[in-house]
Structures are given as structure tokens and as C-alpha cells.
Design a protein around this ligand. Structure first.
Ligand code: FAD
Length: 608
């Protein structure tokens, strides 16, 4: 079967398609491919990035961070200055066909069952774990490790409850290093249990996560090569890259009661502005940072935001760009013992090493490109913190329950968050078999191991809003990091636990002795020091959600349970913007799950 290729502007300009999808990323391509299964409908995807087909910078795994701030792959979005320090964060997000799935860290992670059920509880009938799991089962194509890998790691993933026949290829990294295996053992010794059902609703505890890599080629399995390339036979699916959508075109309403109808979109391609018509719907899949911007540029949003930006109001909708929720991480880095003879991710640095490890990857599935980020522990606060501190923080969380300070919509979310803090896993530890840390750099000739601390259930809420009517201008992205101090307090406890893991056996046996902590470093001692370290060197885990939340409209919602924008006849949002409350999981699998469920809704097959 022939491979699909991207379209030419002449295939698109002035034409009409049934569905116009804005953004050919993780959810966009998944949705497009599902809709185009019906040969009687036509689907157009407009993607701002390039197609990057057969690009080794995308296909070869374990190139973590290599795309950061490279404009060919990364939107590198700047936040507004945060906190008293005024720090501006750069948020990497994928700008390419395949979106963030083209440059992400490949980890396949699903949330706890109850956290998806909370979406339903917030007023979204049908958005529950059962439905979520059904969507992902269809997509998962897990391959058992090879005998060599099982012998090497003495791990057996035979009983992992995960889909085996789907198109997204998943496996465990061919190489898991000794420090990772020892850190895992250390977690168990420190009382973190093994996750009971990591891929089927209970990932709390320690686990080795699969990665999105194809076992036959050992290359990245991502939205482009799963949902686009294989469909050369589908003439009804058109994908135009380097096409930046400026706004949705709408028909003038006769009265405020009339629903707003999209007629198409305006986009820029090669410096020329074009339009294309949508017969049925316009669907935003531009991600949680760009979809709200496009709605506002189209005149849909808060009146005061649109007025200030000089954009004529088409439809007032207060929730647009609100309820922004993020995940953050911060790292600790340690020198490995001189006796450690194995590889780390850093073994491939330098041109000659890069080539050598590429050769090993291709010839024998060995070397630094077969490593991954695979060791994770999702933990309860009480499991990692001192009893007194945990008690204080849990008491603090109580203040978020039924507090007249908050709007009804936020209160509904906070009630869930406050109640789940005791048993949920807001704290996450991630293993990175190499150097990843700030501000102190690695020394030549040394090998390193990194333990990251991550924060998943933030109480702080941010916003994203346009500043002007010019689509080329960046929006104001304000996550309001640590506005709710409880976030920082939980983060500090998680970071302290990451340090404790490094100090404990058997991991400490493979780290330099005495322990050499490069970052944060021995000068960072007290809780106050750790708070400052986090504020200075913590960063985004790239998981923004909530900016066009699926909630009842009177609770700040922008889309209903069918992902239709309130007050519109035919505009939907299908990406992580719609997730109303954050989850203790990395978000790629969830972006695919949203697209799968949306496809069923649009095709009228939404019943379980
Ligand atoms: C560096 C990095 C590492 C990550 N690692 C992991 C991981 O290991 N595991 C995990 O589970 N998650 C990970 N994530 C998160 C995960 O990949 C994303 O949350 C998910 O892919 C987002 O899917 P999406 O469909 O919402 O958006 P995206 O996949 O980002 O798609 C949005 C698309 O819209 C396009 N677009 C934006 N604006 C316009 C416009 N105006 N016109 C046309 N097109 C537009 C973008 O170019 C992009 O292609 C990572 C993310 C990053 C950035």
C-alpha cells in the first residue's frame, strides 16, 4: 500500500471540506484518521509545522531535549514573568506534523481510574474510565520484551494488562541501566509499592513504563506514522503542512440567540493568506496553548479580553483561556561511582559517539539510543513525607473545600482535589539515566544519574489570552505558578524524597561515595532553600490542560460533553484543552483517548 504524503496548497485553497481540523498533532491526526474511515466524507488537516517525514531527529528515540528552542520543531512559548522573581519560563511544545508526539519523551502513561471518573463527576456524562480505557485498548500495540532484554533486566512484563493489537507500537526500552534497576529496588525498600495495574487504572506506586517505539524498526511510533502515513489509499484525507490558521470564519448572526456557525478558516501559507470552507464543522486540535488563542482571534471569548485586543466580539464565552493547569518537574543529579561501566544517555554525546551509538542501535538494538525514561513512582504525600509535614499539608488542603472565596466551577474542582489529596498520587519521581539538571554542569569523563521530582495536582490556576488581533503575536501565557502555596509545599516534600532515594541502598551503592550531588548541590539544605531552588530551576512537564474546559457553561465551561463550543452550531475542540481537571499521568495517551472518543461522538457512535 502506498504511503500518504502531504498536500499542496492548490489541493486546498478555495475548496470545501466536510471537516476542517486545525492542528495536525497528537489528537488532530488521530481524529482525522478516524473520521476519514468513512469514504463519503472529506477531511482537511491544517498543520502549522513542517511534515518532517523520515526525519531522524524525530524517529530516533532517546534524543531527549534535542528539539528544545529549535524553531523547526518547537513553539518555545514564553510565559509571562512569574512570581516576585519575574522568571520567564520557556514552554516547549511540538511544532511539526504529529505535534508534541513528534518530539516528546515517548512514555506511555495512563491515569488512575478515579481521576478520569472525576471528569464525569464534574458534569460530563460519558467521560469515564470505562470509556477511556476502551478507546486506548483499540490503540495500544504492546510488544513483549525480547529474551535478551528479559535476561538482562530480570524483569518480566508478561502480565501487563495492556492492548496488544493496536496501531501505536509500545515496548519497554531494550536497555534499562543498573542505576534504574537499583532505584526501583530502593523505592520498594522505602515503602513505595509496585503499581498494582499500571496500564489499567491503578498506576500508583513504582513501575517501568512502556515507550512509544516500533519494535521492528526501533523508531518513534507517533501520530504521523500511525495515523497519517499508512493511509495512502484515502483520497478523502488531505493534510497541508506549514499552514498557520489565523482564525475561524463565522457567519454574522441575526440575533444573540442564534448559534454561531463556522463557515471555514483563514490560514497563512508561505506568507499568503488563504481561506478554505467547512461544510460540516471546524474542529480545533491546536493544543491547550494554541486552541484558545484561535478561538479568541475568531471573536469567541471574554468580552474584556477581546475588547482590549481590538477583536470584534462574535460570541461571549467567559471560560475561554481560563482554568489553565500545568505539571512541573525539578531535577536532582548525582555522579555515578567510577566502578559503573554501563552506558548512560550521555554516552552518545559528541559526533563520533552519536554515530557509534546509532550504528549499535541499527545493528543490534543496543547502545544509548535504546535507553528510555521508563522508571516512575507515583506516590501519596503521606508515603514520602514526614508524618507532621503531611498532616500540616493535608490540613491546608481542607481550606479548599466549600470555601465561599471560589467560584462555583472552581469549587467543584477543589472539592475533588482536596478530598483526593490523601489517597491520590500528586507526587511523582522519574528516573533519567544520564545528566539532566541545573545550574551546575556535568564534568568531562564522569557519568551521572538524575532523579526528577514532579508535581501533578496543582491547586494554582492560570490563564492564556490574546494581547492583540494579530495572529502572529504570542498570547499572554500565565500559569500563576505557586500562587497557591500548597503546590510549592507538596513539591518540596517530593524533592526531599528524591534526595532520600539517592541516599538510600541499594541505589547509593552505585552512586559515587561519598555521595556527590551536582544539583541542587550540598549548599541547598533547608526547606526554604528548596523552595528557592524549585522556583529558579523547576520547569514545565509540557502537560498543559483545561484552557477550553469541558464543563457546564455556568461552571466556566467552554465545550459541552460532545466537545461542542457553547453557543456555536459547528465548532468543536478535540485536544487537551478540554480536560477539566488534571491527572496524575503524562498526557500523550490522554490526548489520543480524547480524539478517539471525539471521533465516536462525531460519528454518532458514542454509546459504550
Ligand atoms: C518535550 C515534550 C515531552 C513530552 N513527553 C511526554 C511523554 O514522555 N509522555 C507523555 O505522555 N506525554 C509527554 N508530553 C506531552 C504530550 O506529548 C502532549 O501533552 C500531547 O502530545 C498533546 O497533544 P495535543 O493534541 O493536545 O497537542 P499537540 O500534539 O501539541 O498538537 C497541536 C498541533 O497543533 C499545531 N498548531 C498549533 N497552532 C496552530 C495553528 N494556529 N495552525 C495550525 N496548526 C497549529 C501544532 O503545531 C501541533 O502540531 C511531552 C510533551 C513535550 C512537548
Amino acid at each position: 500500500m502506498s504511503e500518504k504524503s502531504s498536500a499542496d496548497i492548490s489541493d486546498v485553497q478555495g475548496r470545501e471540506f466536510d471537516y476542517v481540523i486545525v492542528g495536525g498533532g497528537t489528537s488532530g491526526l488521530c481524529l482525522a484518521s478516524r473520521l476519514a474511515e468513512d469514504p463519503n466524507i472529506t477531511v482537511l488537516v491544517l498543520e502549522a509545522g513542517s511534515d518532517h517525514l523520515k526525519d531522524d531527529n524525530i524517529l530516533v528515540p532517546a534524543q531527549f531535549g534535542s528539539h528544545f528552542s529549535n524553531p523547526k520543531y518547537d513553539w518555545a512559548i514564553k510565559t509571562t514573568p512569574q512570581g516576585q522573581e519575574g522568571r520567564v519560563y520557556t514552554w516547549t511544545r511540538g511544532k511539526a506534523l504529529g505535534g508534541s508526539s513528534a518530539i516528546n519523551f515517548l512514555c506511555w502513561n495512563k491515569p488512575p481510574r478515579e481521576e478520569i471518573d472525576h471528569w464525569e463527576q464534574l458534569g460530563n456524562d460519558g467521560w469515564n474510565w470505562e470509556r477511556y480505557q476502551k478507546s486506548l485498548r483499540k490503540l495500544e500495540g504492546y510488544h513483549l520484551p525480547t529474551e535478551r532484554s528479559i535476561a538482562l533486566h530480570k524483569l518480566n512484563f508478561d502480565d501487563l494488562d495492556i492492548g496488544k493489537d493496536g496501531p501505536i507500537k509500545l515496548l519497554h526500552p531494550a536497555t534499562i541501566t543498573q542505576p534504574e534497576l537499583k532505584a526501583y529496588e530502593t523505592w520498594l525498600k522505602l515503602g513505595i509499592p509496585e503499581a498494582a495495574a499500571p496500564m489499567s487504572g491503578d498506576p500508583k506506586g513504582a513501575l517501568f513504563m512502556p515507550i512509544t517505539v516500533d519494535p521492528t524498526t526501533y523508531t518513534r511510533s507517533y501520530a504521523t506514522n500511525v495515523f497519517f502515513l499508512p493511509h495512502g489509499d484515502r483520497n478523502n484525507l488531505t493534510v497541508l503542512t506549514s499552514a498557520y490558521v489565523n482564525k475561524i470564519l463565522t457567519r454574522q448572526r441575526e440575533s444573540p440567540e442564534e448559534q454561531l456557525t463556522a463557515t471555514g478558516v483563514e490560514f497563512t501559507h508561505g506568507d499568503i493568506v488563504h481561506t478554505v470552507q467547512a461544510r460540516k464543522e471546524v474542529i480545533l486540535c491546536a493544543g491547550a496553548l494554541k486552541s484558545p488563542q484561535i478561538l479568541e482571534l475568531s471573536g469567541i471569548g471574554r468580552k474584556e479580553v477581546l475588547n482590549a485586543a481590538g477583536i470584534p466580539v462574535q460570541l461571549e464565552l467567559d471560560g475561554v483561556g481560563e482554568n489553565l493547569q500545568e505539571h512541573q518537574f525539578v531535577t536532582t543529579t548525582y555522579e555515578l561511582a567510577e566502578s559503573y561501566e554501563g552506558i548512560t544517555i550521555d554516552s552518545r554525546r559528541g559526533e563520533a559517539n552519536h554515530e557509534e551509538h546509532l550504528r549499535k542501535l541499527r545493528e543490534s538494538r543496543e547502545g544509548a539510543f535504546t535507553l528510555g525514561i521508563t522508571g516512575f513512582a507515583f506516590t501519596r504525600l503521606e508515603a514520602i513525607s514526614s508524618p507532621d509535614r503531611a498532616k500540616e499539608i493535608l490540613a491546608l488542603a481542607k481550606q479548599y473545600e466549600n470555601n465561599s472565596k471560589y467560584s462555583e466551577g472552581l469549587q467543584a474542582q477543589y472539592n475533588i482535589q482536596a478530598a483526593r489529596l490523601k489517597d491520590a498520587a500528586p507526587c511523582e519521581i522519574i528516573l533519567y539515566p544520564g545528566f539532566f539538571g541545573f545550574p551546575n554542569p556535568p564534568q568531562p569523563g564522569k557519568k551521572y544519574f538524575t532523579i526528577m521530582a514532579a508535581l501533578n495536582h496543582n491547586f494554582s490556576r492560570g490563564t492564556i489570552h490574546v494581547k492583540s488581533s494579530n495572529p502572529a503575536d504570542s498570547a499572554d501565557v500565565d500559569p500563576r505558578y505557586y500562587e497557591e502555596d500548597i503546590d510549592l509545599q507538596i513539591f518540596v516534600e517530593t524533592l526531599k524524597f528524591a534526595r532520600k532515594v539517592a541516599e538510600s541502598a541499594p541505589l547509593n551503592e552505585i552512586l559515587a561515595s561519598p555521595l556527590k550531588e551536582v544539583n541542587p548541590g550540598p549548599d541547598v539544605k533547608t526547606d526554604e532553600d528548596l523552595r528557592e531552588y524549585i522556583k529558579k530551576y523547576g520547569g514545565t512537564t509540557f502537560h498543559t490542560i483545561g484552557t477550553l474546559s469541558m464543563l457546564p457553561q455556568d461552571k466556566g465551561g467552554v465545550v459541552d460533553k460532545d466537545l461542542k463550543v457553547y453557543g456555536t452550531a459547528n465548532i468543536r475542540v478535540v485536544d487537551l484543552s478540554i480536560a477539566p481537571l488534571h491527572i496524575a499521568a503524562h498526557t500523550m495517551a490522554t490526548a489520543y483517548a480524547i480524539a478517539e472518543q471525539a471521533a465516536d461522538i462525531i460519528k454518532g457512535k458514542s454509546k459504550l
